[in-house]
Design a protein around this ligand. Sequence first.
Ligand code: C2E
Ligand code: CA
Ligand code: CA
Length: 524
Amino acid sequence: MTIPFLDLSRPWLRLWCAFLCLILPLILGIGLLQKDYEKQLQEASALQAARILRLMEEMIEQADTTNQGVISLLDRPCATATLDLSKTAALASFVRSISLAHDGTFYCSSIFGAREWVDNITTFEQGKLALVSGNTVSPEHPFLSVRKVVHSGEIVTVIDSDYLTYLLTFTSSAAVSWLRVGDNWLDRDGRFHHGYELPLSPYLGIARSADYPISVYSLYAPAPGLWPIWHSQRAGVIVLITFSLLFSAIMWWLLGRPRSPIGELARAIRAQEFVPFLQPLVDARTQQVRGAEVLMRWRHPSVGMINPDLFIPQAEASGLIMPMTEQLMQKVASALSQQIEEIPDGFYISFNISSACCKDLTLLNACREFLAPFPPGKIQLSLELTERETLTNDIPTLSLFEQLDALGVKLAIDDFGTGHSSLVYLQQFRVDTLKIDQSFVQRIGTEHLSRHIVDNVIDLGVRLGIRLIAEGVETSPQAAYLCDKGVDMLQGYLFGRPIPIEQFIQSMLARPEQEALFAVEAST
Ligand code: C2E
Ligand code: CA
Ligand code: CA
């Protein structure tokens, strides 16, 4: 997978992508599970409140029934009613006491018998219910008064708060619940509050009674951290982790997958992985560096440095060789133009060009751009065309070379002696340089025949007035022989291997003028 200028197959980017593919679904998934968990809490709170309310309604209904059952006692004096009143209170569930009143004055109680008092503190919600903080007997002990008013008087049944607090806690100890009657509240510890302020929480469940003026509030507060999610949604968490790991592994695999060779080359161009190595060309007589041949290397992020033989043929076949050459020329121009003062005038720089680059004017533009940063005469640009590839002498190609010639770009025939350049061909393309193939040079001093070929090539060059460069010079006798025969420039490991351009600029251009690169032995 490649995004322009961002090669996701680079090790650290690949690692980042895989990490993101792991972490993002995890964060998203945990967020969703958290939402689900919160929804569950909300529902549980609402359910809890409804359950408690139902039980409280039943309790109040029983108190109502008790009130109903003692209406007839309102017509009797307290002395005769007390026993029945006490008996009813004792037998009825949850009831603490029953009191009778006429015209707002209580005159009879199931606990104290005949006793008169005016209840001027209790305000009954809807005239039916009152949650009270306590009375004179037990001021700290709240209770719920259930009232019934009839034409002959009123009856109040008191439910002890112990029963109510029991209901507030018994269904679940994890939830916190409250009973509310008007502005009065009872908490799960049996404490009475007036105007209580509930904790603000989105998980609060509220149940309001349709029959009585009471409400129940319940709250399951979420536990901090991720543990409750794991606890409540174990299967979901396992699926999420498995999915994220799988997603991340697939991304890792996809980004590391070998691409098609052409796709890989295209990616490498975008990633600027093709770099120039320079090999020095020395003057055969003065032994000074007079130029360099630019040789392409592929700095592959995972494989390392790759030699051109392994990728140039594919680049040529796919048509990618031109953009690669353009990139190389730009890099060389940029590096050399930063050191213009160090470069001697007329410095010879040659690029290898495939015949695939000679079909249109892209090459011409690339040469123009290459020369642009240098003052005229500073650089002598040469293009090397291998003799093994035949150039078609059609009109566009001839026109291209004419324009290159006009621009001052020289043409060299590479690997000379291995192919089939006819003399006509040499003249037609205004060849400036012949590069004697290293296979001949390396046989100098070993084979009679090669020496003849070298001699003939040199003769040809001299007669045509073409500059001669011998490549693959590895020994001093080879250098001395070629120098003696009149070859202009020498190139080979004897003078230096191809090295990165920055290193070339540092070591070759900064070399003191007088230092000799090789010792010429007596020619044979
Ligand atoms: P070439 O143009 O004939 O380049 C000379 C090759 O011989 C280079 O191999 C160089 O490293 C090697 N060489 C130089 N001196 C010696 C020596 O003394 N002894 C021996 N044994 N070898 C020596 P390299 O760099 O591997 O390049 C191989 C070929 O790849 C080049 O042959 C050229 O045809 C092609 N090439 C390199 N760069 C480019 C490029 O930018 N564009 C194109 N189209 N082809 C390129
Ligand atoms: Ca070459
Ligand atoms: Ca060559």
